[in-house]
Design a protein around this ligand. Structure first.
Ligand code: FES
Length: 148
């Protein structure tokens, strides 16, 4: 007499869902970055989000005034709060690490739990995030935003 009806080990559904959400978010970030462009918006070859001085991020002309562009590689949001004033922040939400997805009406939005951040200084406009988006050092050379 054997008892072979041993139930399978529980499948980590939450983890799998989290991976799927993260994958979807990365795709959204890619799409958002592409939508903001008018020409060649192909990403740079290097992958480091910091410490990659000189790495080209985006053309200033591709960053809407009063808005921004979300890049997924590296994970950086480039904004232009006023004509000719370009800022950059990490695109990784300090709440639980999701990638922010878009910039709407002067706010950088995180799709996971609804946090919103200022395009001017990355500060929290709406939680649950308690901290703002950290600034990324950039430079503008010949109309191109690069990591400083
Ligand atoms: Fe961004 Fe929760 S991870 S609001």
């Amino acid at each position: 007499m054997t008892h072979q009806l041993v139930p399978a080990a529980p499948v980590p559904q939450v983890s799998r869902r989290g991976v799927l959400q993260a994958t979807g978010l990365a795709a959204v970030a890619t799409i958002v970055a592409g939508c903001g462009s008018t020409g060649d918006a192909s990403g740079p070859a290097a992958t480091s989000s910091t410490g990659a001085g000189g790495q080209a991020l985006v053309e200033v002309a591709q960053v809407p005034v009063g808005g921004g562009v979300v890049l997924d590689e590296p994970a950086i949001v480039v904004t232009q709060p006023a004509d000719g004033t370009v800022k950059a922040f990490t695109a990784i939400c300090p709440h639980q690490g999701c990638l922010v997805s878009e910039v709407v009406d002067g706010e950088i939005l995180c799709p996971c739990h609804g946090s919103a951040f200022s395009i001017v200084d990355g500060s929290v406009i709406q939680g649950p995030a308690q901290e703002g988006l950290a600034a990324e050092p950039i430079a503008v050379r010949d109309g191109t935003v690069t990591l400083a």
